[in-house]
Design a protein. Structure first.
Ligand SMILES: Nc1ncnc2c1ncn2[C@@H]1O[C@H](COP(=O)(O)OP(=O)(O)OP(=O)(O)O)[C@@H](O)[C@H]1O
Length: 584
């Protein structure tokens, strides 16, 4: 979508509202220029003593009063219908952005820092709300005011009108120069706001580390630097604004001087009446507000344009074509075989691949383990299987279906991944377990069952409010092991055909790990499981274990077979035996 199409698309969302506002603004402006006409006639009738003139005078005064009252009502309506679309557009855009962000692949989120996204959603959408609300109202108002008012002035005296607008034309010229300069700074301001938000998010996420490592002064200095840059841009915009905004006011004052001077001279020459000069002055007053508004329109317009660009950087980000396909509603009746065939994967920009020629199958109901040292590519393999990473076609299959050709939403109905860094929401234990299952009929018994399967029930019973205890932001109130077990409980609540556990038990002791896995395998009889770990104790009871080393599968088999055939596996096992003995 181009910028123009974007603006039009959201404009048309509220077309009826804008249409009513347009008519109302026209009416207000028409009434505004009509009223001085009656005032003019009334003033010119003041010196006449005839009864007919008295009647005309009363009629003119009545018109002024009635028109003024109508104008109040229409003005309120014009504001309502012109300002509401700004709010509606902002709300609609928030929905559109969240929808898009939810569907964009991981590659997008890796490039776009969360702080920047938050700044776009808060600051840039603010700019768009003003653009579609007050921006529209003031623009239409100014167009009508600046076109209707001079026509009426022209009708009274073309020459006085031409002389009196000279100051305004000059002010416009200078104003335009300021407008061009401001555009650059408005873009800079939005980008610096995004950077500040990005920095703040970064530092707040690591606030514990910053305190522990006494990095406070350095962080303060960094934030101060970014803040100073932002302030500098804001000050530049303000300087230009303080210079050009009053210029338009001065132009209006100057216009009045011309009207009084030149108009007074014309009055003496009897080319104009007193009423006509009064009307002229009223018209010049009518021009004062729109001229002052021009400055604000310029700011709103520029902020709106910058904001549209930022929002478009999200809305125009490409969702992979495959994910746009409607996911088929059919559920698999039986679990399929997962086949990884000759998978080689390199991250973008990497010379050597992280995974090399990896091949294995997970049969329905089979429990498979992957053992590998730190950095051997275990998480990369998991993220290829669950399609977080863009895997090449023809290497990972679910039954006969190539997962690279499957919409991700469809694929994730069959697969559940528990990661080594569980994410918890700032809510209660129960809400975290139930998260994402709204609409499904899950009773308390099921919640208690998964709590006990993940060996968390005892911990939760010790919490002051049981499973209604608030876990704090990102689960700050829980230990690392409790967080991991809570994420296991969450994953167990919603069924899946293939469960992947990526190092999820690294923060629990060997005994708890044994209990969790034992209970888990009992419960998930027919489901396939892939357990990834660098601890052999988590894998030894599985049907098959793959040994991953520097991205390659260097051995495979059962625990006993590997002890007999793989030196790497045996040495790792012997080393880990000491840890087990220490914990027992
Ligand atoms: N997003 C990424 N972009 C580029 N390289 C990456 C990315 N993620 C991981 N890598 C690299 O890929 C290699 C394998 O990482 P991976 O996280 O898969 O290992 P792992 O076996 O899961 O390690 P650990 O046990 O520490 O979790 C590492 O060298 C890592 O630096």
């Amino acid at each position: 979508m181009t910028k123009r199409q974007f603006i039009l698309h959201y404009f048309l969302l509220n077309k009826w509202s804008y249409l009513i506002a347009f008519v109302c603004i026209f009416l207000v402006n028409w009434l505004q220029v009509e009223i001085p006409r009656y005032i003019q006639q009334a003033i010119d009738l003041l010196g006449t003593a005839e009864a007919a003139a008295q009647h005309d005078l009363n009629r003119n005064v009545m018109f002024v009063v009635v028109f003024s009252l109508i104008m109040v009502g229409v003005r309120i309506m014009s504001r309502m219908f012109a300002l509401n679309p700004g709010r509606i557009t902002e709300a609609q855009l928030k929905n559109d952005l969240f929808f898009r962000l939810n569907r964009l692949p991981n590659a997008f989120h890796q490039k776009f820092a969360s702080g920047k996204l938050i700044s776009i959603i808060n600051n840039d959408l603010n700019g768009i709300r003003l653009f579609y609300g007050i921006g529209f109202l003031q623009l239409v108002n100014v167009i009508f005011a600046l076109s209707l008012t001079p026509i009426w002035m022209w009708r009274i005296s073309p020459s006085l009108m031409l002389y009196s607008v000279i100051p305004v034309v000059l002010a416009f010229f200078v104003f335009n120069q300021g407008f061009i300069r401001m555009r650059k700074y408005h873009t800079q301001r939005m980008h610096r706001l995004q950077r500040l938000s990005e920095q703040l998010m970064n530092y707040l996420s690591g606030i514990d580390l910053i305190k522990n490592q006494q990095m406070g002064p350095w962080v303060k200095q960094e934030i101060n630097r970014v803040n100073e840059e932002l302030l500098d841009t804001i000050m530049r915009v303000t300087r230009i604004q303080t210079f050009i905004m009053p210029l338009l006011d001065y132009a209006n004052d100057l216009m009045k001087v011309v009207i009084l001077g030149l108009g007074g001279y014309m009055l003496l020459q009897q080319n104009l009446t007193l009423g006509e000069i009064t009307a002229f002055l009223s018209y010049s007053a009518l021009l004062a507000l729109p001229l002052a508004q021009l400055g604000r329109i310029a700011v709103v317009y520029q902020m709106g344009m910058v904001s549209v660009e930022s929002v478009q950087s999200i809305l125009n980000a490409e969702i992979p074509k495959i994910d746009l396909q409607a996911s088929s509603e059919s559920e698999s009746s039986t679990t399929q075989t997962l086949s990884v065939r000759d998978l080689t994967f390199a991250y973008p920009g990497q010379d050597s691949p992280t995974l090399r020629n990896v091949s294995f199958d997970i049969q329905p109901g089979e429990k498979v383990g992957v053992l590998g040292s730190i950095g051997s590519g275990k998480s990369t393999l998991v993220n290829c299987i669950n399609h977080h990473l863009d895997v090449p076609a023809g290497h990972i299959f679910w039954g006969e279906e190539d997962i690279a050709q499957m919409p991700r939403r469809h694929w994730r109905r069959f697969i559940r991944t528990m990661t080594q860094e569980p994410y918890l929401f700032s809510d209660t234990v129960e809400a975290n377990i139930r998260f994402g299952t709204e609409g499904e009929s899950i009773d308390r018994g099921q919640v208690e069952e998964v709590l006990s399967l993940s060996q968390l029930a005892e911990d939760v019973s010790r919490f002051q409010s049981g499973d209604q205890t608030l876990v704090g932001e990102k689960g700050i109130m829980l230990s690392g092991g409790q967080k991991q077990r809570l994420s296991i409980a969450r994953a167990l609540l919603s069924p899946a055909d293939l469960i992947i556990m990526d190092n999820v038990l690294s923060a629990v002791d060997y005994e708890t790990e044994r209990k969790i896995l034992g209970g888990l395998f009992n419960r998930i009889g027919d489901q396939s499981v892939l357990v990834v770990s660098h601890r052999i104790s988590a894998l030894e009871s599985l049907d098959k274990i793959l040994v991953l080393h520097e991205g390659e599968v260097i051995a495979r088999g059962t625990h006993e077979e590997l002890l007999a055939n793989s030196d790497y596996y045996r040495e790792t096992w012997e080393l880990q035996q000491h840890d087990v003995e220490e914990q027992v």
